[in-house]
Design a protein around this ligand. Sequence first.
Ligand SMILES: Cc1cc2nc3c(=O)[nH]c(=O)nc-3n(C[C@H](O)[C@H](O)[C@H](O)COP(=O)(O)OP(=O)(O)OC[C@H]3O[C@@H](n4cnc5c(N)ncnc54)[C@H](O)[C@@H]3O)c2cc1C
Ligand SMILES: *[C@@H]1O[C@H](CO)[C@@H](O)[C@H](O)[C@H]1NC(C)=O
Ligand SMILES: *[C@@H]1O[C@H](CO)[C@@H](O)[C@H](O)[C@H]1NC(C)=O
Ligand SMILES: *[C@@H]1O[C@H](CO)[C@@H](O)[C@H](O)[C@H]1NC(C)=O
Ligand SMILES: *[C@@H]1O[C@H](CO)[C@@H](O)[C@H](O)[C@H]1NC(C)=O
Length: 494
Amino acid sequence: MAVRSGLAFVLLINTGVVTCHLEGEAPKKIAIIGAGIGGSSTAYFLRQKFGHNVGIDVYEKGTIGGRLATVTVNGQEYEIGGSVIHPLNLHMQEFVKQLGLKHRKGVPEKVAIFNGEHFVFEETDWYLQDLFKLWWRYGFGLLRLQMWVEEILEKFLRIYKYQAHGYAYSTVEEMMQSLGGERFINLTRRSMTETLQELGISQRFIDEIVTAVTRVNYGQSASIPAFVGAVAIAGVQAGLWAVEGGNKLVCSQMLESAKVNVIHTTVTSISLQQSGNKPLYQVKYESENEGGYDFYDIVIIATPLHHETTNITFNDFTPPFTPFPGHYQRIIVSVVHGYLNSSYFGFPDPKLFPFATILTVESAKLFMLSTGSICPVNITTNYRRKQPQEAAVWKVFSLKPLAKEELKTLFRSYYSVQVTDWLGYPQYQSGKGIPPIILHENLYYLNGIEWIASAMEMSAIAAKNMALLTFNRWNQHLDMIDQKDLVHKIKTEL
Ligand SMILES: Cc1cc2nc3c(=O)[nH]c(=O)nc-3n(C[C@H](O)[C@H](O)[C@H](O)COP(=O)(O)OP(=O)(O)OC[C@H]3O[C@@H](n4cnc5c(N)ncnc54)[C@H](O)[C@@H]3O)c2cc1C
Ligand SMILES: *[C@@H]1O[C@H](CO)[C@@H](O)[C@H](O)[C@H]1NC(C)=O
Ligand SMILES: *[C@@H]1O[C@H](CO)[C@@H](O)[C@H](O)[C@H]1NC(C)=O
Ligand SMILES: *[C@@H]1O[C@H](CO)[C@@H](O)[C@H](O)[C@H]1NC(C)=O
Ligand SMILES: *[C@@H]1O[C@H](CO)[C@@H](O)[C@H](O)[C@H]1NC(C)=O
C-alpha cells in the first residue's frame, strides 16, 4: 500500500498536476462495522456517492438487521426490536420504494394506560369522547403537545432537502444547529418535563400521558431530553407503518443492492498505519476458529461504542481512544403466546376486555413498561386481531427479566415465552454530550446520533450524512460541510 501511494505521488509531481490528482484519487477500500439499519444504509449511500469501483466490506458479528429483528411463534414472525416507522420518515419510505418492498399497515387497536391498580386512561370507539375525556382530565395539554411536536417535525424535515443538495455535517450539533438553531440544541439538553411545563402543560398530563409514551418507546421517564421526547411522541402518532415481511428486510436488501461484501465475523481492533499522505487503517477480526485482518482507506463504525456494548480496541492513535461515557438502557422484550389475565387489569370477564395495548405510568407496583397484542410481520388481507378471550401473541417490555410469578400474574396461562435481552438505546440521563462523528482523518462513527434520539430513521439520516461527509472530505469539497444558513442558500440555488 505504501508503494502504491508513493508511486502515485511521484507520477503526479512529474505531470505537474499534484493537487488535482491528489483530490481525484478515489478510495480503494471502505470498511463498515455493523450491519444494522445504520451500517446497511451507510453502505447503500456510499455506493451511490463513490460509484462502483470502491470495495465495500461490511462486518457483522450477529445477524443482519441488528436491533431490527424478529422471533418466530407458531410459524409466524414478530418484530422484537425497532417496529414502527413514522409516515414522515422519508429515508425509510424511499428505501422501501427503491427496494420494491411493501408497507405493512397497523391493525386498529385500543390503548389504555394502567397505573398498577386501575386504568388512568381508556380509549373508546368514540374519537370525540376520547378528546373530551382528555380535555376534561388534562386541559389543553394534548393540543399544545401536538402543536409543539408538529413544529419540531416541520423544522426537522429540512434535513432531507439539505441532504438532497449534498450538504453534510461534521458533528451532530452542527446538524441540529442548522435545522433549528440554538433552540434545537437546547431541546437535546433540557428535559422533556421542564420544556412541557414551560409550555403550560399540566404535571398530571406529563405524569400520565407523556410518561406512558416515553416508557414504552425508551424505557425511561419524561425526564429524558425534550428532543428524544418529541420523537417518542411522534412514535405514537397516526399513520405508523412497518415493512411487510419484517423491518430487517430493508437491511439485507440494501446490502444486496449495494453489492457489498458482507463478512460474518467480530471486529476486535482498529489500528492506524501511516501510508504516504493518507492514513490506512488495519481492521482485525476474529471468528470461532479463525482470525485475520485487512487494510482500508476509510473505516465507519456503525455500532455503539460504549463500555457495555463493545470490545473493539483502538491502537496507535494519539491521543488514545476509549469508549464513550454514558450507558445503554437494558430492555427486556418477552414475546408470550397465551391468554392475558384480564382480572389483573380489573376485568374479570376476559370477553369484555377491549384493549390491545396497555401502557403504564411510573409506579412501584408495576413490573412491566407495557404489554401489547402484536401482529405478525406478514399480514394477509383477511387478518383480524384475536378476540380478548382467545390465545394471542403479546409483547411485554420490562427493565428486568420477568419472574415466573410475574408472568403468571399477567397471563392466565401461556404456551411459550421468548425473551430478548437488548441494550436498546441510550440511557439519556447518563450521557455527557453527543459523541463525535469524525474520530480520525478517515475513521468515522455513526451512532452518536442516537444520543439526540434513537430510531431507525435517525440512523438512516446519520448514514446519508456519513456518505456525504466522507465523500466531501475525501474530495476536499469543504464548502459542502457545515454550511451556515442553508435555508436561504438553497432557496437562491433553486
Ligand atoms: C426494543 C426496541 C424497540 C425499538 N423500537 C423502535 C421503533 O419502533 N421505531 C424506531 O424507529 N426505532 C426503534 N428502536 C430503535 C432502533 O431499533 C435503533 O435505533 C436502530 O435499529 C439502530 O440501528 P443501528 O444500525 O444504528 O445499530 P444496531 O442495529 O445495533 O447495529 C449494529 C450492528 O453491529 C454489529 N456489531 C457490533 N459490534 C460488532 C463487532 N465488533 N464486529 C462486527 N459487528 C458488530 C451488531 O451485531 C449489530 O448488528 C427500538 C429499539 C429497541 C431495542
Ligand atoms: C438555550 O439555552 C440557553 C441556556 O439555558 C439560554 O440562555 C438560551 O436563551 C436558550 N436559547 C433558546 C433559543 O431557547
Ligand atoms: C412475507 O413478506 C415478505 C415480503 O413481502 C415475503 O418475501 C415473504 O415471502 C412473506 N412470507 C410469508 C410467510 O408469507
Ligand atoms: C467483551 O468481552 C467480555 C470478556 O470476554 C465478554 O464477557 C463481553 O460479553 C464482551 N462484550 C461484548 C459487547 O461483546
Ligand atoms: C390474575 O390476576 C388476579 C388479580 O391480580 C390474580 O389474583 C390472579 O392470581 C392472576 N392469575 C390468574 C391465573 O388468574
